[in-house]
Design a protein around this ligand. Structure first.
Ligand SMILES: Cc1cc2nc3c(=O)[nH]c(=O)nc-3n(C[C@H](O)[C@H](O)[C@H](O)COP(=O)(O)OP(=O)(O)OC[C@H]3O[C@@H](n4cnc5c(N)ncnc54)[C@H](O)[C@@H]3O)c2cc1C
Length: 405
């Protein structure tokens, strides 16, 4: 067990933290719990939201397989005992003076800073999209306020064109945007209306996952539902009045007219204050620039990052955090006592439902796919669907958020 970090003075207000964690999502809460479990005493979390979400369930909400709000818990119930919670948002970091400033103007000093504020929607990247969401003609499971509206909208579609997109990277577990698409296709198929629908899926790359052995299954599923797949493309703009979508393809812009419902996932970027604080990398998305193996800032030894906001170099996912949290908890303690740092191998997951009750679980790291030790490891399975829908949320709240990674 690493040596305990310095304890705060009893009753002191939060002006200094031994470990200051920015963002109380999957990454921040799991890490705070793991550090405290390992013996840390002075862990402070900055998180503005009173609601914590297990976001993978949003895809099941938008597919009629989970009730709205099933994925929510009060943040107060997931902040680990012993962690002090500052209910505010970080607005700037000064890594030279080791100070964080919040939106309400509080200054917090730190010895070690961990950035995990996730990504935010980049609405400006897709003109017309925010208005289209407001009009209810477009939406997606990725936006929590929109997710409960998705299934009523999809279920009501009986004919015409329907569009689904997988967002370009970086995005929070982008391939899972196929879940609502393929669960909806299965629903329409069972209702006998799939033949009256013109379903299009826009992929950012040539292949759905870029994982040999897994992509073949998905291509067969697309073909079985008669889905038109538009590859190496992204939505350029939408027009909620004309109900049209312009898709930027390698050969030019392709317009889809008379779209009955557009499940268009917004593009994503890191919060701007990361780059403004000199902690972002060269990418336009402004993710925190870290060594993707040690998870340490390339510029400041006392700054670290994990989760969606970190430039990890692989697809982000909640599953990836199981590994990142363990590596980072070790590395923070190891750095304080000049011990050897551990390496994160880039492990990530891409769970994709192929029908209403079947799921293919794809795992990979920087070396390539990590198939389950089963015959046909990437084949869609009912057991995998039940595990993803019913077992993982329990593991998330009972183990991962309690630092048992
Ligand atoms: C629809 C959907 C489906 C998904 N499905 C899966 C799946 O099936 N499997 C899987 O492994 N992964 C899945 N993911 C991805 C997974 O949810 C994310 O990778 C994971 O939540 C990332 O955790 P995070 O803590 O980095 O970011 P988040 O969970 O986004 O948390 C970030 C936190 O930081 C807070 N914050 C933001 N700005 C500030 C600020 N300025 N100051 C302080 N706090 C701030 C936010 O309020 C938030 O609580 C899915 C994601 C979505 C959206």
């Amino acid at each position: 067990m690493p040596p305990p970090l310095r304890a705060p003075r009893a009753g002191a207000s939060v002006t200094h933290a031994e470990v200051l964690i920015v963002g109380g999502g999957n990454a921040g809460i799991s890490l705070a719990a793991k550090l405290l479990r390992d013996g840390a005493h002075d862990v402070v979390l900055v998180e503005p939201s009173p609601v914590h979400r297990y976001r993978p369930l949003l895809n099941y909400v938008g597919s009629g397989e989970a009730r709205p709000a099933a994925e929510e818990r009060p943040t107060s119930s997931v902040v680990p005992a012993g962690c002090r919670w500052v209910r505010d948002a970080v607005a700037a970091v000064d890594p030279v003076s080791r100070t964080v400033r919040t939106r309400r103007g509080t200054s917090l000093r730190y010895t070690t800073l961990v950035l995990c504020p996730g990504m935010r929607e980049d609405w400006a990247a897709t003109p017309g999209l925010q208005d289209a969401y407001s009009a209810g003609w477009a939406g997606s499971t990725y936006v929590p306020s929109s997710a409960p509206l998705v299934w009523p909208a999809l279920r009501a579609v009986r004919e015409g064109a329907v569009l689904f997109t997988v967002p370009p990277e970086p995005a929070p577990c982008g391939p899972t945007a196929l879940k609502p698409a393929l669960m909806a296709c299965d629903h329409w198929n069972r209702r006998g209306v799939l033949g009256d629908l013109d379903v299009t899926v826009v992929l950012p790359e040539a292949r759905p996952l870029d994982v040999a052995g897994a992509d073949e299954h998905l291509e067969a599923v697309f073909a079985s539902y008669g889905v038109t797949v538009v590859r190496r493309s992204r939505v350029a703009s939408v027009d909620p009045v004309l109900r049209s979508v312009d898709v930027a393809t390698p050969t030019g812009t392709r317009r889809l007219d008379d779209v009955a419902y557009a499940h268009v996932v917004p593009h994503y970027r890191a919060p701007e204050w990361i780059s403004e604080s000199g902690l972002g990398g060269a990418s336009p998305a402004g993710l925190v620039d870290i060594d993707p193996t040690t998870l340490r800032s390339t510029r400041h030894d006392d700054v670290w990052a994990i989760g969606d906001a970190a430039a990890i170099g692989t697809r982000s996912s909640g599953g990836a955090l199981r590994k990142q949290v363990a590596v980072l908890a070790h590395n923070i303690a190891a750095a304080a006592s000049n011990r050897r740092l551990r390496a994160y191998d880039g492990y990530t997951v891409m769970p994709v439902t192929t029908s209403r009750h079947q799921l293919m679980l794809v795992q990979a790291d920087r070396e390539g796919p990590r198939p389950l030790p089963l015959p046909h490891p990437f084949a869609p399975r009912r057991s995998a669907w039940w595990f993803d829908r019913y077992v993982l949320p329990q593991i998330y709240y009972r183990r991962l958020l309690r630092g048992k990674v």
